[in-house]
Design a protein around this ligand. Sequence first.
Ligand code: SAM
Length: 282
Amino acid sequence: MTVAEALAAGRARLASAGIEGAARDARWLLAEAMGVAPERIGVMGPDAVGPAAAAAYDAMIARRAAREPVARILGRRQFWGRDFRVTPEVLDPRPETECLIAAALEEPARRLLDLGTGSGILAVTLLAEWPEATGVATDLSSAALEVARANAERHGVAGRLRLVQADWAEGIEGPFDLVVSNPPYLAEAELRDIAPEVRHDPGMALSPGGDGLAAYRAIAAAAPRLLAPGGRLIVEIGATQGRAVAGIFLAAGLDDVAVGPDLDVRDRVVSARRFRERQRLT
Ligand SMILES: C[S@@+](CC[C@H](N)C(=O)[O-])C[C@H]1O[C@@H](n2cnc3c(N)ncnc32)[C@H](O)[C@@H]1O
């Protein structure tokens, strides 16, 4: 079988399973099976696919046809230009979470806290972008913390990141200049309608149950204690949660509360700041 034939067969199988972007996914999976860069596959049409690569490709196409995301099959995901390890124990990082990084990078921070770190994308990316910074990252899942540790090591920031198993910020002492979180935020009722790909994410990474806002309430309650005066809190939200989360932050006594859009102009992040004492007095 040639590369061109393998691509055509894989694309047809994925398309008939209803996969959008079937051609792109087939290219990625064949490149992985053959151990070449995906950009090269396009010029390898007449080349032969060896029996081992063909078997590996076939197995990966079967997994993708069963709606497993490509990042889970490959065990890695690109985020803010870096490669992160992804295992079944962590959320497959979403491209839209890069909006939170963009918001965070608007102001430098020396001490940061990432609540519900999962694969570690937020803490690891920010520490890699800010070589002087140190950070703490928590997760309730010890398996997720192992993945975050591997990613911190991979990107050379493990010496500046303390990973703690905790229920949000329980037992964590501040002060921090920046607290970030992409917590589970689907309401319980929304879980019924999630795409088959999303079912591969751990349940505790998707929803806190109920109205989906419990994590924001816990984080907002802890934020005034954790933040240095003038420090910022930035969280990712679901597209319809901006008003509710802003209300939770205001009720917790936070200042400068703002809801920001993602590139599709849907609400995606809510940011807030702890008053500087100076402002409180005026
Ligand atoms: C939506 S995932 C986000 C992971 C990662 N920050 C990202 O953006 O890809 C939410 C994370 O919160 C963690 N989590 C859920 N409940 C938690 C709790 N009570 N305390 C700490 N972490 C929790 C989950 O294990 C999961 O890793």
